[in-house]
Design a protein. Sequence first.
Length: 140
Amino acid sequence: MTKSRGLENEILCDSCGTSNYHIGSEPDERTRANANVNGVKLYHKARQFKASDFEEFDYIMPMDASNFRNITVFPQAKTTKATLQLMREYDPEGKGLDVPDPYYGGEQGFQEVFDILNRSCASLLDQILQRQEFSKTQTR
């Protein structure tokens, strides 16, 4: 989305988990297949959330309540200037709900998660730009 709006050199996006398994691994094969079907190329390797993420990122968007709790145990969560909210706070069709985990389901679950994140990220990006929290003259 940032690329389609000419912002890929201005906005840094990353993804991580709160558990320490899968570190260094590629996304699940079904996630990669779904991303490919939707025209998204993934170059990401799994990493674990770390305390410095509170300083590096302006938005920290856990996918569900469990990951939200895992992040809020960091002492930095109390003092961060980053916005810490569930991802679906930005979903016009499921505000405040958890992003479901498609791991044990079929392909449709991966498409559902893609659609949820696509809506949520579009809404988040629109709000960032509307609030003028971002200026094309800024660099990261």
